[in-house]
Every structure is written in structure tokens, then in C-alpha cells.
Design a protein around this ligand. Structure first.
Ligand SMILES: *[C@@H]1O[C@H](CO)[C@@H](O)[C@H](O)[C@H]1NC(C)=O
Ligand SMILES: *[C@@H]1O[C@H](CO)[C@@H](O)[C@H](O)[C@H]1NC(C)=O
Length: 224
């Protein structure tokens, strides 16, 4: 028993050193092996743009990231207003395939739904109807689930408050992984208690810095 406890402590102590770092990227890029060489192990590639269309560079970026040996996910910046949730999800699936069930065959693993202020014309979250915003996110989630996709949510406490009215609102997605943003340049979850939202008690991934230049590309930095 004592030994078990000691082993448990040792595991707890070494866990922080096992942090896996990665980048997320929006622009077309063709040197993903540079990220790999710089110590990053995953890439989250933009697949859907804030103005309501597939990212035409997404599939090539995903292929190049995979070819470089990076774990590859996608992110999806939804447009609320111009196009239905169902249409956006089906456009995404048509562009990037349905095969993530066997992620070695598919272009990506998890699709991360971007819950943040959308500046694109006709695509913004409602500024007055928080319930409609929550329902729209729910529709996206339901449509992706219907397609058998792995999904997660990306947001921050501030964005959640802005879009849903409070940090505790719309707490209906806690069965999905949460990727939160807080730019303290610290690849650690130790800040999460102060920056939690949406009902998630334990985070899965953190974006700890934004708009950084790595390998001559504009990326955000993440860890899990
Ligand atoms: C890709 O990145 C590597 C550094 O990892 C660099 O040496 C190489 O010149 C880059 N290739 C291109 C085509 O930019
Ligand atoms: C995943 O792989 C299994 C076994 O190879 C196959 O039967 C199944 O159709 C694949 N699923 C998808 C979505 O490709």
C-alpha cells in the first residue's frame, strides 16, 4: 500500500514534464517538419473559416502536417447567421472526409469548435440572445455527432461570458473535451480554477500564447 502511494506521488511529480506541445495555424504552410523539429507534436489546422466557408488550404495543411509526423486535428470557426449549422457541418465533412473513426486514414482526429467573437459580416454571435447562441452551438455539436465525429470546444472564460452571458451559462457540453485560451505563456493548467467556464472542471488542452512566429509562420501555442 505504501509503495502504491509512493508510485502514485512519483507519477504526479513527473506528469508536468510529459506535457505535449503543439501549434494551431490558419495560413497555408508547407514546412510542418520544422514544427516537429522545434519540439511540437501536434498541429490543429483551420478547416472552416469565420465568414462561413471551408478553408481551401485546410486539406493540404492537414496532409502536410501528417506527413511530417504531427498529430493532426482541425478547428472550425462557425458562422452564425448566414448558413445553417447542418449545412456548415456537411460542407466540412464533404471537404475533409468522414474517416476520423480510423484516424490514421483520416485527415484529422478531433474537430474543435471555435467559440469566440466572430468579426465576419453576417456571421456574428447574437449580442442579445444568449439562448440562441447556446442553441446554435448545440446544433453544431449534434450535427457533428450525427456524422460520428470526435468534437471538442475551444473558448475562453471571457469569450464564454461574452457569447453566453456568464461563465456558468450554457454548461451542457461538459462531456466534450475543452481547450481553453489564456495567454500567460505558461504551459500549465494551474491557472484553470480562475479561468474556468461552461461547467468544465478539468481542462483538456490550453492555448497559452497567441500570434507567435514559429518557423516563419504565425501560430498559437498549445499544450496538453
Ligand atoms: C523548413 O524548416 C527547416 C528547419 O526545420 C529549414 O531548415 C528549411 O530550410 C525549411 N524549408 C523550407 C522549404 O522553408
Ligand atoms: C475503420 O476501419 C475498419 C477496419 O479496417 C473498417 O471496417 C471501417 O469501415 C473503418 N471506418 C471508417 C469510417 O473508415
Amino acid at each position: 500500500m505504501k509503495q502504491t502511494i509512493i508510485i502514485f506521488y512519483v507519477i504526479c511529480l513527473i506528469t508536468p514534464t510529459l506535457a505535449v506541445k503543439g501549434i494551431d495555424i490558419a495560413d497555408a504552410f508547407n514546412n510542418f517538419s520544422c514544427f516537429k523539429n522545434a519540439g511540437y507534436q501536434f498541429a490543429i489546422i483551420r478547416g472552416y473559416r469565420s465568414y462561413g466557408a471551408i478553408d481551401p488550404n485546410g486539406a493540404t495543411n492537414m496532409k502536410n502536417a501528417q506527413a511530417a509526423g504531427l498529430i493532426t486535428d482541425a478547428y472550425f470557426f462557425p458562422c452564425k447567421g448566414k448558413i445553417s449549422a447542418a449545412q456548415q457541418v456537411s460542407d466540412f465533412v464533404n471537404a475533409f472526409g468522414l474517416e476520423e473513426e480510423n484516424s490514421t486514414n483520416g485527415l484529422y482526429g478531433t474537430v474543435w469548435l471555435d467559440v469566440e467573437t466572430n468579426p465576419s459580416s453576417g456571421c456574428g454571435w447574437s449580442s442579445s440572445d444568449y439562448t440562441a447562441n447556446c442553441n446554435f452551438l448545440n446544433e453544431l455539436v449534434a450535427n457533428f455527432k450525427n456524422k460520428g465525429k470526435l468534437i471538442g470546444i475551444y473558448s475562453s472564460k471571457y469569450q464564454w461570458e461574452t457569447i453566453f452571458g456568464s461563465s456558468s451559462a450554457c454548461a451542457k457540453f461538459t462531456s466534450l473535451p475543452i481547450w481553453y485560451a489564456h495567454y500567460d505563456n505558461n504551459p500549465s493548467f494551474s491557472d484553470y480554477a480562475k479561468y474556468s467556464f461552461g461547467g468544465w472542471t478539468t481542462p483538456n488542452m490550453k492555448q497559452y500564447n497567441g500570434d507567435q512566429t514559429v518557423c516563419n509562420a504565425d501560430v498559437d501555442l498549445n499544450f496538453y
